[in-house]
Design a protein around this ligand. Structure first.
Ligand code: SPD
Length: 346
């Protein structure tokens, strides 16, 4: 039988209020805008049951696509899950609602080791949801793979590899491969990264954020750059797949939970964020999506295999290789221009 930690009184009162509001009328709807394959269906169902509501899931496949949609006037979302560098940009533009901490008692469990690396350390506008480490994954048919981004230079794997369709991840990978910070704004380093990626582009099948998972599972793609949890989901289906952290270093991202300034249902949105930090719920979610929710109180509830997973709980040596993707302020324009040039190149 499932146990749930005892929520604070104000949260119980809110649940009762929302449940009553649902009686005899249409259920309240929580509109969520997030990445795909990123939440256990059982978790969503349990929230709908406890809060007598309907959760409507909507998906994006990159921070930039989400931001562009929002900037162009998309409205009606209650909770969004951008990466923290994008949260900073959205916050600066007044797009986000200040969080009411009295409605988020479970969030006290957030792991300080991660929060200390976050941009919004006070969690004024965002709460970390899950942590991504960008990795490489390959099948045995790729043959003799080394754990580095230089693999994308391999002409023998031409047409059988993919890079993410994510400008910060791909430019970041090339910068790391060339020995620089993945947040570099140095013109010479960025020009060098562009040349590196143009070389890789000759060998990859495509830049892909979603279909690469099916392609890797089916054997169509032999080596891919991917988000850690997504790759582990594929590995769970196909035990032959290997996942490695690139030795030059790689990206660490937090995807956060934020409430848009004009969210139609901010109370229910707070309840959802708080619910996702219930230790049992966080553990259940991590076991399903293979991303770590940085909720200290949930760690002891994870299975032994999950606790021993070197990507979810990396060694000091691996942590030293990880660099957080940061917002680059006015220099974001440089990256956008570089990415457009890379995409347009033959
Ligand atoms: N399927 C969920 C993918 C979300 C991974 N996080 C993206 C981080 C981007 N830097």
């Amino acid at each position: 039988m499932k146990k749930f930690s005892r929520p604070a009184l104000s949260v119980l009162a809110l649940a009762a209020m929302l449940a009553l509001a649902g009686c005899g009328s249409k259920k309240p709807v929580l509109n969520v805008y997030t990445w795909s394959d990123y939440m256990a269906p059982s978790v969503v169902k349990e929230f709908e049951r406890q809060f007598a509501c309907k959760v409507q899931m909507n998906y994006f496949d990159s921070n930039e696509a989400m931001y562009a949609k929002f900037k162009n006037g998309a409205r009606g979302y209650d909770v969004i899950f951008p990466s923290s560098y994008m949260v900073k940009l959205m916050d600066e533009q007044g797009m986000l609602r200040k969080l009411d901490k009295s409605l988020l008692p479970n969030v006290a469990n957030v792991d300080e080791r991660y929060l200390s690396r976050a941009f919004d350390k006070e969690m004024d506008h965002s709460v970390p949801y899950m942590i991504t480490v960008t990795c490489l994954a390959y099948t045995p048919a790729a043959g003799g793979v080394e754990a580095n981004y230089g693999q994308f230079d391999r002409a023998d794997l031409k047409g059988r590899m993919t890079l993410l369709n994510d400008l910060r991840e791909v430019i970041g990978a090339a910068l790391k491969h060339n020995g620089h910070s993945l947040n570099s704004v140095d013109d010479a380093e960025l020009a060098e990264a562009k040349e590196t990626i143009l070389g890789w582009k000759k060998n990859i099948a495509t830049f892909e954020n979603e279909q690469y998972k099916i392609g890797l599972a089916s054997g169509e793609f032999l080596l891919v750059q991917g988000y850690s949890g997504d790759l582990m989901q594929v590995q769970d289906e196909n035990g032959e797949i290997e996942i490695v952290v690139p030795e030059e270093g790689t990206a660490l991202s937090f995807d956060d939970m934020v409430i848009p300034a004009d969210a139609p249902n901010p109370e229910l949105a707070h309840a959802f964020i708080n619910f996702l930090y219930d230790p049992e719920i966080s553990a259940q979610n991590t076991e399903y999506v293979f991303y770590l929710c940085p909720n200290r109180a949930s760690y002891e509830l994870l299975g032994e295999e999950t606790r021993a997973n070197p990507i979810l709980f990396p060694s000091e040596e691996t942590v030293a290789k990880l660099e957080m993707i940061e917002d680059l302020g006015e220099n974001n324009a440089k990256y956008n221009k570089l990415w457009d040039e890379i995409k347009a190149a033959e």
